[in-house]
Design a protein around this ligand. Sequence first.
Ligand SMILES: *[C@@H]1O[C@H](CO)[C@@H](O)[C@H](O)[C@H]1NC(C)=O
Ligand SMILES: *[C@@H]1O[C@H](CO)[C@@H](O)[C@H](O)[C@H]1NC(C)=O
Ligand SMILES: *[C@@H]1O[C@H](CO)[C@@H](O)[C@H](O)[C@H]1NC(C)=O
Length: 266
Amino acid sequence: MMKLLFGLWSVLLDLTMFHSQALMQNRIIGGNAAAPNSIRYMVSLQSTSGQHFCGGSLVHRYWVLTAAHCNIGTDQMMIVAGDYKLNVFEGTEQYAKPHKLIPHPLYNSSTNNADIMLIKLRAPMVLNKFVSLAPLPRQGTGVVEGHPCQVSGWGHNGVGGVQAPVTLQSVTVPIVSAARCNSSDSFDGNITANMICAGSHSGGKDACKGDSGGPLVCRGRVYGMVSWGYGCGDARFPGVYTAVSRFRRWLDQTIYGPHLRCFGYR
Ligand SMILES: *[C@@H]1O[C@H](CO)[C@@H](O)[C@H](O)[C@H]1NC(C)=O
Ligand SMILES: *[C@@H]1O[C@H](CO)[C@@H](O)[C@H](O)[C@H]1NC(C)=O
Ligand SMILES: *[C@@H]1O[C@H](CO)[C@@H](O)[C@H](O)[C@H]1NC(C)=O
């Protein structure tokens, strides 16, 4: 089940597919409200009617990193940076339309492999006290099992009608080894080298629908992006994240082009 939520149709589908608890838990589970504007690179992907459906990270004034399964088409999408309470105008928000969407060429929607996409914005975001760039991991680096990482998102809370204020939520989850996550007790061979898993041994802490594309931050860098899972917060099935460090080279080449070396990038 992809952790994308878009429109009433999805909500009804969720209701029929899962038990009613899914509704109550329809966003980051077991977490707390993040401090206002503490995750300044976090962006909300919204429909043109203003409905949040995925998270993302600003990695360049012109570029947003998100999951490939958040691709709903350029014309349908708006990117909001500097937000905290989603449906309250706080005066810190910046809005940009996408110029183009670049899903990874190896993205496979049946296996969820390479679930990563870059969005080039039509106009740059302004970096300030509320908006900054996300630090990325170096190519091929990893995080050891048990390392605590933080995942953030707005999830989704409404079934239509007036929404209560949706405040950015965060939860700390430890990294689960690929061996355990890929074992027959868990995802049974469906974890690729382009994925990392994170979740507590006892369950109850996880990303959920609407958190897709949002950052999993370890040692201050965006090592993962919310990708998929089975339900949310199940001890047997940790959250599965796109392993951002596997794509660092692709990200740099897509953003800066082949003349990368001239820039002395981070
Ligand atoms: C996606 O992966 C499946 C299973 O490995 C494979 O059969 C299929 O051809 C792949 N699809 C694409 C578009 O690569
Ligand atoms: C693994 O993927 C296959 C093919 O998509 C699916 O039928 C199966 O249910 C999955 N199993 C687990 C445990 O993820
Ligand atoms: C998970 O198991 C499958 C099936 O054995 C294997 O093809 C895949 O490479 C494994 N993933 C990782 C990350 O080792």
